[in-house]
Design a protein around this ligand. Structure first.
Ligand code: BJW
Ligand code: ZN
Length: 243
């Protein structure tokens, strides 16, 4: 297998997707055929879906909260923790996963670009999002203490903007001018959802080297210079050479 060399002159941006959590037992989106209980994922993961049926959306996220609370990080998550310990500030992990498993594994420099399953915000007022593990599986919609409006999961749904601070943090890492060589590695992601799917192009424009680790070919495989096909929990622990 090709080796990814992580030396003192390298800075590494990692993007993870649902495939990295699959070996922990968290279902992937494409694995569900884009359906949850026969509803298209867009119907339960969009502002329009929440408007139409907020109780359905809370049932979906309640099930996800319960499922994600029971699972543990896998060797793929652990490998990224070791890489970060080696690289320090020359490492940044941006994840599309909302399950919190990277942070639970011990990763510190993490951008939760699609939000966090265990945080809630108000759909109607601007109060700060807050930590929340509560579940609402039986058709109730929790209410905001501040304004009486409807609470919703702090997740970036289809058609919603990612947090500008998150995009800036990624952009600054990509364009950093400190003499290090930029490497980008995407793992366990279908390359179908934007803007995450376009990061490979941003890195290439910035002169970086690009790697994909995925079980199947992704929608954007041909835009990566290196493709290692396999399970992230098996590939990541042996892929990097820390020097
Ligand atoms: C393994 C494995 C193992 C399995 N090891 N591998 C440009 C062009 C076209 C459309 C757009 C565009 N820009 C924006 C859009 C619209 C939209 C979009 O991308 N749509 C596409 C479907 C075309 N994007 C947005 O709306 C984004 N917002 C935005 O850009 O705002 C501005 C704007 C809006 C509208 C128009 C234009 C601009 C927001 C996107 C938010 C995504 N949210 C979701 C759901 C909510 C989160 C939740 O409830 O959990 O996030 S969508 C869903 O997909 C989820 C995931 O994070 C995301 C990515 O999926 P991921 O992680 O790649 O998982 P899978 O299942 O797809 O793939 C898993 C892969 O792993 C597979 O390939 C397997 O083979 C592999 N695998 N086991 C290694 N063990
Ligand atoms: Zn409120």
């Amino acid at each position: 297998m090709e080796q990814l060399v992580l030396d003192s002159r390298t800075r590494l941006l990692v993007l993870t997707g649902a495939g990295v959590s699959a070996e922990s037992g968290v279902p992937t989106f494409r694995g569900m055929n884009g359906l949850w209980e026969n509803h298209p994922v867009e119907a339960v993961a969009s502002p329009q879906g929440f408007q139409a049926d907020p109780a359905l959306v809370w049932r979906f996220y309640s099930q996800r909260r319960t499922g994600a609370a029971d699972v543990k990080p896998n060797p793929g998550h652990d490998a990224l923790v070791r890489w970060e310990a080696h690289l320090g500030d020359r490492f940044l992990l941006t994840t599309q996963n909302v399950d919190g498993l990277h942070t639970r594994a011990g990763s510190q420099r993490v951008v939760d670009m699609h939000g966090n399953l265990f945080r809630t915000k108000c759909a109607d007022c601007r109060r700060e999002p807050f930590d929340d593990t509560s579940v609402h599986p039986s058709g109730t919609v929790p209410k905001c203490d501040s304004c009486g409006g409807r609470l919703r999961p702090d997740i970036v749904w289809f058609g919603e903007m990612l947090a500008s601070a998150d995009l800036e943090r990624i952009g600054e890492f990509v364009s950093r001018k400190d003499g290090t060589r930029l490497v980008f590695l995407a793992a366990g992601t279908s390359g179908a959802v934007w803007p995450a799917a376009g990061l490979v192009d941003e890195v290439r424009t910035a002169g970086g080297e690009t790697w994909l680790v995925n079980y199947e070919s992704a929608a954007n495989t041909e835009r990566f210079q290196h493709f290692v096909q396999g399970l992230s929990g098996q590939v990541l622990p042996t892929l990097a050479k820390l020097v």
